[in-house]
Design a protein around this ligand. Sequence first.
Ligand code: AMP
Ligand code: ZN
Length: 115
Amino acid sequence: MASNCLFCRIAAGDIPSSAVYSDDEIYAFRDINPAAPQHILVIPRRHIQSLADAEPEDAAVLGRLLGCARTIAEQQGFAQTGFRSVFNTGVDGGQTVGHLHLHLLAGRAMHWPPG
Ligand code: AMP
Ligand code: ZN
């Protein structure tokens, strides 16, 4: 774990969060500043800086991340009504935390194109 990384510390339980899903590879928790009625962050426990830094050997954990997102959507009851899934990457992508995370947004109609 990267001890200076906020999301590594959240996944390790060093910093409190509102857990939604947890297994040996993936952790999901509620965003502290929600942009929709439901706003969940899904992260790999292992530190990966961003999607741009993902390596071929990360393919399995990225696949699991998406599978968990689908499971969470079912469990939270927004799989049928729909949801937005976003990876912000790098400066232009608006990434502010340097640990790969998937935003799951639901509970209202989303707009396109995003800001
Ligand atoms: P991004 O801007 O795509 O890097 O997303 C980072 C997200 O992390 C933002 O939506 C923040 O609101 C959220 N965030 C920052 N600190 C925390 C925290 N301690 N607990 C939960 N979510 C957080
Ligand atoms: Zn990290």
